[in-house]
Design a protein around this ligand. Structure first.
Ligand SMILES: NC(=O)c1ccc[n+]([C@@H]2O[C@H](COP(=O)([O-])OP(=O)(O)OC[C@H]3O[C@@H](n4cnc5c(N)ncnc54)[C@H](OP(=O)(O)O)[C@@H]3O)[C@@H](O)[C@H]2O)c1
Length: 316
């Protein structure tokens, strides 16, 4: 099969598009014929070696932990998934990923993909969708009627967080640069803040939850917009407990975990027309390097997705 691997950590030049052995599903695993693989910032962060102390990968490593495809074969003990099921997943990031024509994934990390969308759009959902879900609803305990400030609202995670928060019945404030204003208002943002011309802490009334997908000074300036007892949830850098306490608020850091049950909920929302995947660009698997270079610029609207051919090289 074709796959995109790294043999060493480094810049985009370490990505190698090559022939690789087709994996075999072990007990409890499914072999998925990949139709599309989503790009996420964690892909190039891992490529650059930023997470090597945490994830202990063995190289060579296939990158990419967002997939939509079709179950090709199943390993022993697999009960829930069947050959030809159309599925999507955010698999375990410590294992080989999905920039490949085939990938093996634990059955417990796989769900049926939304029926109403194609594989390219389904591959844009798992990692960012689970991140938004676990941050807003698990760490943040967001409920209807609350106010939430979402930093990076136009990004892969942000676009899904905005829609999930709206579907929950929250009042949503989103930050992005001015060219995303009309897009985000249409997506459901109640108040838009252009971070290039306004300071959000000067224009946003107190909120129950800040969802930080940006970090740095954006996180530092976020404490004062929280109501007493509110919570800042970051997916970028661990907020400081002492700083949170000094503001009378709470903090949490989320590192997204695979979760098939939550993926099934996400699929239901998509099929009910309450959640849509925003895909800005589709590239072939062989262009993974260009896809990562684009992602690394930090201004993707929604997602970049790799479309993956079948094992004969034909388009999926
Ligand atoms: N902890 C975890 O498990 C986890 C999971 C997923 C993602 N993450 C991390 O979370 C971050 C976001 O991920 P992502 O996939 O959403 O990234 P992304 O799609 O690359 O985000 C791009 C978006 O960020 C916006 N942006 C850039 N600077 C901004 C600023 N100062 N204020 C507001 N918006 C700004 C851009 O909007 P404009 O073009 O308008 O500037 C763009 O739409 C990444 O660092 C990623 O590694 C962590």
């Amino acid at each position: 099969m074709k796959a995109v691997c790294i043999y060493s950590y480094g810049g985009p030049g370490v990505l190698v598009y090559e022939d690789a052995p087709r994996p075999h599903p072990g007990p409890g695993e499914v072999l998925i014929r990949v139709h599309a693989a989503g790009i996420n910032p964690v892909d190039w962060k891992i490529r650059e070696g930023h997470l090597k102390e945490m994830l202990h990968h063995t190289l060579p490593l296939v990158l990419g932990w967002d997939v939509s495809g079709v179950v090709e074969t199943v390993g022993s003990g697999v009960l829930r998934m069947h050959v030809n099921d159309e599925v999507f997943s955010r698999p375990d990031v410590t294992r080989d990923g999905c920039y490949a024509e085939f990938v093996t994934i634990r059955e417990s990390e796989v769900a049926l993909k939304p029926k109403s969308i194609d594989h390219v759009h389904a591959a844009a959902l798992p990692l960012a969708g689970l991140t938004a879900w676990q941050s807003l609803f698990e760490a943040g305990s967001l409920v209807a009627g609350q106010r939430v400030l979402i930093h990076g609202a136009a990004g892969g995670v942000g676009t899904l967080a905005v829609q999930l928060a709206k579907a929950k019945g929250a009042h949503v404030i989103g930050t992005a640069s001015g060219h995303n204003r009309a897009f985000l208002r249409e997506l459901g943002v109640d108040q838009f803040v252009d971070y290039t011309t306004e300071r959000f802490e000067e224009v946003v009334e107190p909120v129950d939850l800040v969802f930080d997908t940006i970090g740095g000074e954006t996180q530092d300036r976020s404490w004062i917009v929280l109501k007493p007892g509110g919570i800042l949830v970051s997916i970028v850098s661990q907020p400081t407990v002492e700083v949170a306490e000094s503001h009378g608020v709470r903090q949490a850091f989320v590192f997204t975990q695979p979760n098939a049950a939550q993926l099934a909920e996400i699929a239901k929302l998509v099929d009910a027309g309450k959640l849509r995947a925003i895909v800005e660009k589709v590239l072939p698997l062989a262009e993974a390097r260009q896809a990562q270079e684009l992602s690394e610029k930090g201004h993707t609207r929604g997602k970049i997705v790799l479309k993956v051919g079948d094992s004969t090289g034909k388009p999926a």
